[in-house]
Design a protein around this ligand. Structure first.
Ligand code: 48F
Length: 263
């Protein structure tokens, strides 16, 4: 067939901005495409939500690609293995309760399943900040301030744009980047012991895994923490290359937001 380069450009531009316009007023905006963010995106999209995921890098996956120390295998525990099985990832029981999966298979399957379920993914997009509103003395996060990652990387002085969302999931991992911005810029108190971000502790896999799920919750009106960001926010441990807690955290945050959206 004959090819017209302008039609190629036009197809990309019009379909991209159709997707973007559909994401201007979301039910849920997810910041970060690691295992917790990807799982939450899939579950929310499967439930019919208008959900978008914003990821700074070109690829989704966060810390999952490299397994432990670039040995690209991951481990999950029995309670969480359904979340890999649901997306078709083969698992091998290495010792009772310890399931091993190929990290690249798991990462690509979680990403693909989220997209195919209908989550709108914006890679190469950095979340700079949140939108904060006050009504009757109550402050609430009502959206995200986003910019193109190349603008951020080049340090260009280009203003970001804004999207609105009923709920925001902070799933940026160890850095808790977006919640940190909220706390640093505004006099707000989170639902943590100190009212601020407690910071993560050293490695203790068993406790950290349980806490990742326990700590997954709304931490300030309109913003929820999931994955490693949940433990860093509430001052719990890191866990190393076991990923079950991340998957369960994504499942939990989606389930709790769905209850709220349907109330
Ligand atoms: O860190 P990450 O994989 O998050 P997670 O779901 O999983 C943690 C594990 O990978 C591992 C672990 C246990 O097994 O401790 O670390 O909690 O993925 C976070 C994603 O967020 C992106 C970042 O590029 C990564 O892909 N991200 C971080 N800050 C921003 C962001 C931002 N400001 N805007 C957009 N994306």
């Amino acid at each position: 067939m004959a090819l017209d380069e302008v039609i190629i450009t036009e197809a990309i531009a019009s379909e991209y901005f159709r997707k973007f316009k559909e994401s201007l007023s979301l039910d849920v905006a997810i910041v970060g495409g690691g295992p917790s963010g990807m799982t939450a995106a899939r579950k929310l999209a499967q439930a019919g939500c208008n959900v978008a995921l914003f990821e700074r890098k070109l690829s989704l996956g966060g810390g999952m690609w490299g397994g432990g120390m670039t040995w690209n295998m991951i481990v999950v525990q029995t309670e969480s293995k359904h979340l890999l099985e649901e997306v078709g990832v083969p698992l091998k029981e290495y010792k009772p309760g310890y399931w091993v999966a190929d990290a690249v298979t798991a990462t690509t399957a979680l990403a693909s399943a989220a997209c195919l379920a209908g989550a709108k993914v914006f890679n190469c997009m950095s979340v700079e900040d949140v939108v904060l509103r006050e009504s009757n003395g109550v402050k609430r996060v009502t959206g995200l301030v986003i910019n193109s990652s190349p603008v951020e990387i080049a340090g260009l002085h280009v203003d970001p744009v804004t999207i609105a969302s009923t709920h925001v999931i902070e799933a940026t991992g160890h850095a808790v980047e977006v919640l940190k911005k909220l706390v640093r810029k505004n006099s707000v108190r989170l639902t943590t012991a100190s009212g601020g971000i407690e910071g993560e502790q050293s490695l203790w896999a068993e406790v950290a895994e349980a806490h990742t799920v326990d700590n997954t919750r709304e931490v300030f009106p309109g913003i929820w923490v999931a994955g490693m960001a949940a433990n860093a926010t509430f001052g719990s441990y890191r866990m190393g290359p076991i990923f079950g807690g991340m998957l369960l955290s994504g499942e939990k945050v989606a389930a709790e937001i769905l209850v709220r959206l349907r109330a």
